[in-house]
Design a protein around this ligand. Structure first.
Ligand SMILES: *[C@@H]1O[C@H](CO)[C@@H](O)[C@H](O)[C@H]1NC(C)=O
Ligand SMILES: *[C@@H]1O[C@H](CO)[C@@H](O)[C@H](O)[C@H]1NC(C)=O
Ligand SMILES: *[C@@H]1O[C@H](CO)[C@@H](O)[C@H](O)[C@H]1NC(C)=O
Ligand SMILES: *[C@@H]1O[C@H](CO)[C@@H](O)[C@H](O)[C@H]1NC(C)=O
Ligand SMILES: *[C@@H]1O[C@H](CO)[C@@H](O)[C@H](O)[C@H]1NC(C)=O
Ligand SMILES: *[C@@H]1O[C@H](CO)[C@@H](O)[C@H](O)[C@H]1NC(C)=O
Length: 487
């Protein structure tokens, strides 16, 4: 009896599933046009970005809608879109990274006569090399930095601030990485300025080649260092949060006194900037002392993440049936983005206040604590740079999720764990976005996307007048931006 009921149930269940799958596939084909042929499997998914695995479409959709509204108004003229100097000086990044022969201005302008062939070339190369474009390996990256002076010269790292405005506004970075030193090197090159301070946190699990490459890289700069304590970063685990905290301790130590940075931005290895250092400084100034930390009160189905004790079993964070005591200091648990821009005062508060230290201790056995820790403190009264608005309104990074706001262009890349890995076809849209960073890029999936962003940034760095022409930038209409009750 039970069995037949179960069978009938399973029959219905299977029919429903099939129906659901078919409808989803039709949706994908019609609206998203996933690139099934050009796509890779999920094998490459970053286990280090908790957000990537805990996708909730409804919650993320709100976030995406918010960011879509930011690029409001009419689309800028094509001339404003790419902002690449039509007569660039030598943009070549030779000899370390292969330069693809393509016209990035045309790609930013959305010219399909250039985008399509580029796209097909990338696809052919991936097929010829077992699914990935060949990129410099970690042991090669290590050799680049053997002679720091020539490395820095060839890669044209700036040796002095570009402007007084930038010199007077140093920025700190936390970069949590675990693989592909060549992409980390490109990211660092894109955000590097001598007045800034950079803490890189490599995973203790990463290969020794990777660690050596990162150590070689940081050895060339006095303002770039490896976190003095590194963690075995676990997916959705407490150690992901600790990686940031460890870097914050280093950034506020004697180095912090030397560099006197105003804001810290945390990144992962698959981020890439959409803005130059000057533009980032202008946006941070426009925050007027607030932290850009997005999130809302924890929705009901997220409450279990912090209301039960969790344990680590087989490298996975598992919920137990043991209930946790409420959060200390009557803090209201929020749920938000693990990536932020935060002031120096906020960081000091996190590391030294009873609220910051007690919440950290309390969070050590919760699920994905980096998604509640920052935003919970940010929304509490009395937090430096905080504001009470439960909102996804922010301008630090752009992400595209599967099934989010249909007003966003379809992925034009590939989805990995529901998140878009950007390809050249998305640059036209990214160039209109006011965000400081976009996530994610894979060097071995689409190196041209990274190359074109690099070229645009180099062009605007060399010709800062182009920065003044960026549409809707810096953003001044975030809901919390004029909030006055700063402690
Ligand atoms: C996602 O979040 C929304 C809004 O909080 C909720 O209604 C929905 O059930 C969630 N979906 C899943 C799959 O958790
Ligand atoms: C561009 O720079 C590279 C490396 O610095 C150099 O080899 C190349 O000749 C330069 N090209 C032009 C057109 O100046
Ligand atoms: C690149 O494309 C832009 C915009 O379509 C065009 O104006 C320019 O002439 C092209 N440059 C080259 C070298 O083809
Ligand atoms: C090709 O990729 C697959 C899956 O990642 C891997 O198992 C295999 O060893 C690779 N083959 C070569 C020749 O690298
Ligand atoms: C969390 O912190 C408590 C109190 O400091 C400690 O007893 C416990 O072992 C910690 N748990 C983990 C998983 O680190
Ligand atoms: C905040 O103030 C600036 C100028 O002081 C103004 O341009 C902007 O529209 C204001 N934003 C909001 C959301 O009120």
């Amino acid at each position: 009896m039970v069995c037949s009921v179960r069978q009938r149930f399973f029959g219905w269940f299977a029919a429903l599933c099939t129906f659901f799958v078919v409808v989803q596939m039709m949706l994908i084909i019609k609206q998203q046009r996933i690139d099934i042929l050009g796509g890779q499997t999920n094998k490459d998914a970053s286990p280090l970005d908790p957000a990537s695995g805990q996708h909730n479409k409804t919650v993320r959709r709100n976030e995406a809608q918010k960011s879509a509204h930011r690029g409001r108004g009419k689309l800028p003229q094509i001339a404003d879109k790419f902002l690449i100097d039509p007569s660039p000086s030598n943009n070549s990044l030779w000899p370390f990274h292969r330069r693809w022969d393509t016209n990035c201005s045309a790609i930013f302008a959305g010219d399909t006569r250039v985008i399509r062939p580029t796209y097909h070339r990338l696809k052919e190369e991936r097929q010829a090399h077992n699914g990935s474009i060949l990129v410099p390996e970690d042991h090669e990256v290590q050799t680049w930095t053997r002679y720091c002076e020539s490395y820095k010269r060839l890669r044209r790292y700036p040796s002095s601030p570009r402007s007084k405005e930038e010199a007077e506004f140093p920025v700190a970075y936390i970069i949590v990485v675990h693989k592909e030193a060549a992409q980390v090197e490109r990211l660092l090159r894109a955000i590097y300025q001598p007045q800034n301070l950079y803490c890189i946190h490599p995973d203790t699990k990463s290969s020794s080649d990777f660690h050596r490459a990162i150590r070689g890289l940081v050895g060339c700069f006095k303002n770039v260092f490896v976190a003095s304590k590194t963690e075995d970063v676990q997916f959705a685990g407490f150690t992901r949060l600790l990686a940031d905290i460890n870097c914050m301790r280093d950034l506020t130590g004697p180095r912090g006194d030397e560099y006197r940075w105003n804001y810290v931005i945390n990144l992962c290895g698959q981020d890439f900037p959409l803005k130059t250092n000057l533009e980032i400084v202008r946006q941070l100034k426009a925050y007027k002392g607030h932290n850009d930390i997005t999130g809302v009160l924890a929705p009901p189905h997220y409450i279990g993440r912090t209301s039960y004790h969790h344990v680590i079993e087989n490298k996975q964070v598992k919920r137990t049936s043991r209930a946790k005591a409420p959060a200390p200091h009557a803090l209201k648990i929020h749920f938000g983005n693990a990536y932020y821009a935060a002031t120096r005062h906020f960081v000091d508060y996190v590391l030294t206040s009873p609220a910051g230290t007690d919440l950290l201790r309390w969070s050590n056995d919760t699920y994905s604590p980096d998604e509640h820790y920052w935003v919970t403190l940010q929304r509490a009264p009395g937090t430096p740079g905080g504001y009470p608005h439960p909102t996804w309104d922010g301008n630090v990074r752009f992400m595209k999720w599967w099934g989010d706001d249909m007003k966003l262009p379809w992925c034009r890349g590939m989805y990995v764990r529901f998140q878009c890995i950007f390809g050249v076809g998305y640059l036209e849209y990214l160039a209109t976005q006011p965000h400081l960073f976009a996530n994610k890029f894979y060097y071995s999936y689409d190196p041209v996307a990274i190359q074109c962003l690099e070229e645009a940034l180099i062009s605007r760095t060399q010709n800062p007048a182009l920065s003044d022409r960026l549409p809707n930038f810096p953003v001044t209409n975030l809901v919390w931006q004029n909030h006055t009750a700063l402690p």
